[in-house]
Ligand binder design. Sequence first.
Ligand code: SAH
Length: 351
Amino acid sequence: MSTPLRKLQTRLSQERAMSVADFMDFALTDPDAGYYTTTQPLGTRGDFTTSPEISPLFGEIVAARIIHAWQELGCPSPFILMELGPGRGTLMADVLRVGRRVAGFSEAARVRLVEKSPVLRAAQNEALEPFTTPAWFETIEDALLDANLPLFLLANEFFDALPIRQFEMTSNDWRERGVALDDEGRLAWCHLPPTNIPMLPHADHGTIKEFSPGVHTHLHLIFGHLARFGGCAFICDYGYVQGWGDTLQGVKNHAYCDVLRHAGSCDISAHVDFGAMELIARTYPTLTHAFTTQGAFLKENHIDVRVQQLLTRAQDKEALLAGRNRLVDEDAMGKLFKVFFVQSPLMEPTP
Ligand code: SAH
């Protein structure tokens, strides 16, 4: 049996049950058994591939959008360029590479990365070595401490990794879902004792509603910072605007798998509730926000102009076009993935 499963069994034999959120937190980021903390999950040889890893077109378009916002806000210097969960550092490297061509941008950027995985920190260090020496933080709270500067933030496929709580409508009431051991000592789904249940409207038997406390905390910290010090945030993830249901999923070797059997050795994620994100953004009235699909975002920000430029000198034209199509097409990543872009107005410099 794998180390994470053994560790989980020991914990569950003492605690009896844990919430889905605690299970996800353990399975992804436990210091010595978590999936992200102990493995290198990304890329064709890993378990899943993300947009920045598919084609540099993604990072270039995001870079152009971020730099445009920086210019619209009066080219603040210095500023914090932060990424949450940078994976192999590919997106940030793309942004810094494009940023080199814009007077003042790279010099003004103080790069801060929020990353729990030592394995991925090493990969990020290598990717960013030609550009900068970033500062790493375990949590966004630490990364924003003493950061009284405009913030330009990137988060691609980060929010889907934050733990969710799940509530299930049973025959008469809502109950929180959790994980416990079955009679044979294997991990199994269970219901937790009925305490600490949020107010939820009545629903059909078996309905599942998810809620991510971590997403809420992160958004308030980011939007609060933007409202106070200025800047923008690019948040990209797969998710929904309205809806119910169990979206927890495990992925291993580019295929879905059972999260209970592969805890610690598979990716676990949940769809992001963009409807809730929008409601939170609205509580910061000075910020403007735009919500769209990844495909529309890339097209609005001129991915096809960039493709045409690159086609004239690309060695592998087919690979370039295949990358573009995978990012933009509705039956690939273009529709399922959503972009939430938040921007502050021009801030008066504080005396
Ligand atoms: N943004 C990258 C990687 C996405 S994978 C890309 O698009 O390729 C998710 C990333 O978030 C990984 O770097 C993982 O280690 C990190 N991560 C997941 N949960 C985290 C947490 N709770 N705190 C900090 N980093 C976390």
